[in-house]
Design a protein around this ligand. Sequence first.
Ligand SMILES: [Fe+2]
Length: 247
Amino acid sequence: MNKIIQISDSHFCASDKSHKSREHLSAVLEEINRRYDNYVLVFSGDLVMKPNQEHYLALYRFIREYTQSEAYAIPGNHDDISLMRKLASQDEFFPIQDIVEINNTDVVLLDSSTPGEHLGGGKIDLAHFEKVKMKLRKESNKLVFIHHPPFKIGAEWFQKICLDNGERFMESLSQIDNLKYLAYGHCHNYFVKESGPTVFLSCPSSWVQFDHSCDETIRYDHDREIGFNVFSLSDEISHETITLPVS
Ligand SMILES: [Fe+2]
């Protein structure tokens, strides 16, 4: 398997009315299947709008209508990690794991769903992250997924709900050898920046993007394309962000 596909912020609703999460996620999954036969999926948080069993089970069944691919999930601020773990233990949801080895790459899946100071923000358990780091292999490439961006980015209102302890997390992250990518969600838009050997990449929402030119308050950009990220693994890792017009 040499492709990992990141889907983010699907904010799935079991029954859509004007919400369109099902319709847009369907377009994303169809495009993935049109392009690729073999891939591993990573859902990087805000899987559902309301974190209850009905919505999680409906999302799981919805996705399984499109693909039986190996798939993993991390929580976002809209998720309930305890419920996700419980459903996963009953084989009714995607596995929740800290590290998965895929094509000789160490893929790290982090939980930033502990609430931050502001509603929608998040925090990571740094002591737990140190334990995860100890399990990483020195020589292998690393690809880290987390819901909240670990630095301030985007509109002013959004900068308040990035990772609360992002500075300390970034310090800790810098000690990882061969960290090729840190891929995040939450921002409902496309951002990319490189720092040293690492690319910090956001994943567009599969549902709707934010208008980050509006600093005061959350505003949706209903015309901006939905999308997903594709990571190609070999001796190096490369990425492509695929976007689709909104229907
Ligand atoms: Fe979101």
